[in-house]
Design a binder for this molecule. Structure first.
Ligand code: TRP
Ligand code: SF4
Length: 324
């Protein structure tokens, strides 16, 4: 299968991103994969504040490489480096009824949400967000797209656009299917969804001390006042994290907590150790990547070439189909 997926450049990633990235890493072992940073998509909501896009793009690529995305197996690149995404978006904009875009559920939600925060995104580009996404996918004639649940409406639109184009002109595009990543069940350290904007994230690239600090902030079972009060791991966020990362030790931690044999401070220390030992190899790899100043540019240039060659083939077919 040919696989395509992208992420908006949010800068440094956190452990909540590991489920999506784990999916990508598994897929690259068996399929032809294209993974890109959707920097044009960042402009749809941040067109008035573009200062950080380049830096965030790089940081994100460094994290991808540090967790194991491999430039030997996958084509890794930046959306805006391949003009064919924009060109195909324009072609699709000619054939896509406005009503299809207006009824994408994420559109209304976001306009409302961001509108409530005082941000006006009634732009042409924002309405076209999922159409650009369709072009991202179809410019490589992808068979499948690994995404989170929230992206399903965009994938549905992508298939509709492919179908319409194929019927109206010549059959150029497959109708790509979604490969759903299990969404991360882990909340942030404060129990809300893990997100940099809440400051409750555990960054993939933070120092050991930063992880310890975040773990210290975590709320435990409020019924435990003294160290030897019996605890209720099922209501404790620290335990949720242990369940995800401390595999072998989980039964013991659970039993000790219920019996009041382990205090929350000690329990948190164990969690910080578990998280840090998971992140140590990622940090080391990150250092190694950053140690070679030209490495990331090299990866992105290599990716650009491979992606551009594939995109050019599609655009040839598209021009032929459109007779332009
Ligand atoms: N919209 C996606 C998101 O916010 C990012 C994205 C852009 C994407 N283009 C894509 C995902 C193409 C998959 C395929 O997560
Ligand atoms: Fe949570 Fe651990 Fe304290 Fe039990 S001992 S309440 S699992 S932090």
């Amino acid at each position: 299968m040919r696989i395509v997926s992208g992420m908006r450049p949010s800068g440094r990633l956190h452990i909540g991103h590991l489920s999506v990235l784990g999916n990508w890493i598994r897929l690259q072992a068996e399929h032809e994969c294209f993974f890109f940073v959707a920097d044009w998509h960042a402009l749809t909501t941040s067109f008035d504040n573009t200062e950080a896009i380049r830096e965030n793009t790089r940081e994100m690529v460094v994290d991808w490489l540090a967790v194991g995305l491999s430039p030997e197996r996958s084509t890794i690149f930046v959306q805006s480096h391949i003009p064919a995404h924009a060109e195909l978006h324009l072609a699709f904009s000619m054939v896509t009824p406005l009503s299809w875009l207006e009824r994408v559920p994420t559109y209304k939600d976001q306009v409302q949400q961001l509108g409530a925060q005082g941000k006006d995104i009634s732009t042409y580009g924002f309405l076209g967000y999922p159409l650009l996404q369709s072009a991202d996918i179809l410019v490589y004639r992808a068979d499948a797209v690994p995404v989170g649940q929230d992206q399903l409406p965009h994938l549905e639109l992508c298939r509709e656009v492919a179908r319409r184009f194929n019927h109206m002109y010549t059959s150029v595009f497959p109708e790509p299917k979604a490969l759903l990543a299990k969404s991360s069940l882990l909340p942030g350290v404060d129990g809300r969804k893990m997100s940099k904007s809440y400051g409750n994230e555990i960054s993939l690239s933070g120092e050991q001390g930063a992880v310890e600090e975040k773990v210290r902030m975590m709320i435990t079972d409020p019924a435990r006042i003294r160290k030897n009060d019996p605890g209720h791991p099922e209501v404790c966020n620290v335990f949720t994290f242990h369940s995800a990362y401390s595999l072998d030790e989980v039964p013991e931690i659970e039993a000790d907590c219920r019996a009041g044999k382990i205090g929350c401070v000690a329990c948190k220390k164990r969690l910080a150790v578990a998280l840090n030992s998971m992140l140590d190899p990622v940090r080391a790899r990150r250092e190694q990547i950053l140690g070679d100043r030209d490495y990331v540019d090299g990866v992105l240039e290599e990716g650009r070439k491979k992606a551009a060659a594939e995109a050019a083939k599609t655009m040839e077919m598209v021009r032929e189909a459109l007779r332009i």
